[in-house]
Design a protein. Sequence first.
Length: 578
Amino acid sequence: MSFPLSFLFFAATAIGAMVDAAYETIPGHDCLRSMTAMMESMRDLAEAHPDLVSIIKIGESYLKNNGGPAAYEYDVPTGGHDIFALNVTASDGPASSGSKGRFLITSGVHAREYAPPELLARFVEELVNGYGVDAEITTILQRTEIHAILYVNPDGRWMAERYPELLWRKNLNFGGGNDGCDVNPGVDINRNFNFKWGDLAGASNDPCADDYHGPSAESEPETRALVEYAKRLFPEGQRKNDPEGEMNVPFGEDITGIYLDIHASGGYVYYPWGHADSKSPDDEALQALGRKVNSFNEYKLWAGSQPDFLYAASGDTSDYMYAALGVASLGLEIGDNFYQECTAFEDEIVPINMPALMYAAKIARTPFRDGKGPDILDFEVVGDIVSARASDSEMVNAIGGGFPDFSTGNQLLAEVRLYLDVHPDDCNQGDGTSSWLMQPTTNGRRIEEMKDCYSIERKKACLRFAGRGVCEWDRNEMKCGPSNSAQEAGANVFSTVEDGNLVFPSPAEENDEAMSIVQFDSGDETVQLEIDLSILEAGRHTLYVQATDSNGYKGPVSSLFISGSQRRTSSLSLRGTR
């Protein structure tokens, strides 16, 4: 599998130098920062980039609230810990905070899973280091807030790093029946959320069990800290009054926000339902997201009705965020070990999951709609030619294992539109903003922006195309029409070319209905458009491209920086081919 050029550039920096010698690592795992060092590095990042990163305290651990046991065989972290969240977004971007998509990512729920916090921290660092340098990352941070909680369970993590032989998973709640547990007290935070809490099909009521659900739903301060923070991020209006009673009612496609929880290990993408082997009412949208994440990391799908559904998990974060808060919810089980070996982490886990996280961030504002739309797989500028490949099917059907083609990938493309210096969300087609339809290439021949000859009303404009053998001016009828050769070939008019340069029609002249006469005959097309970079003002410009399918679903927006002062080759591949 190949990866985005922009990703490879930043990943080389991240993998080679992200764990600076100044930061302490976990013994035996020199690629993974200790919890103390990790939070120090995040504070340093926020101090160096206050316009991109802020850190806030969102709660306190069990020990910070209750203190430790009177006696215990092992030391416990005196005083407990605060729980922090990072907010990563461009404060100077064009979108207001209220209009941005929101992507909440957590890790460190289970203490013994060493690698997830490091992966999440590197994602944060990749975003910050790429802002203003990489067009995709810049666009993401201008239009999305990424909220990262690296350690939901900091007390447990403290124990896991100091006593690896204990394989510590839970928090450090020694009360509530845990007194009799010699080596495994605590509550499993990932069974403590208030949706299907206490369902023994996916949790245990034994205080000494790894998946002990706790004395009551949201009994743990770690759970409450995450819940209250999530409620602040995601709209109250998309929640259900009775999540369990209404669990079979779909949320629909207008929900906003994504939640993703990173765990280890096994190589899985999971999404609701997790408490039972059955489909959620929004399975089509959730499965489309899961399949597209799979196209990057090739992880198996662990969800209700899927063949790789392993076991039920009740009261977990993923089901709760979806069922109670109406958020598109999924998770990752990365790697092959709780205490991940560094070679696999650097060479496999980071490269295959970083672009998956980037993809989720791109669609955070309207994930159920964007996830069903066509994706831009390649986007580049070579000379004056802008080209892209749009596909409704490739990413959603990349999954192996005999999975049938998925319903959201069966549509034809309707249009692929290019925008100059204005994001599609801000573009009003009638206000004179620069946007143009891109057209398909056929047998290697470039087809530029087309316009029906009959829509050209002025003689001068019609005559511009005469030399192309496409249009001719009918003197008797005083109107433009296809030339004989053009009629025989079934051709239409190319955009005006003057002195070898493409001249786009002004918004007043542009007739989108006429320009849409070219029909796509598949869901996977390469499109091109010629643009004269020499006419652009000096400095950097941004190109955006977005595809729409025949069902009206718009896919994620892809971005690319170009220069108006010199001609150069720039490229972006959203994902490679298998």
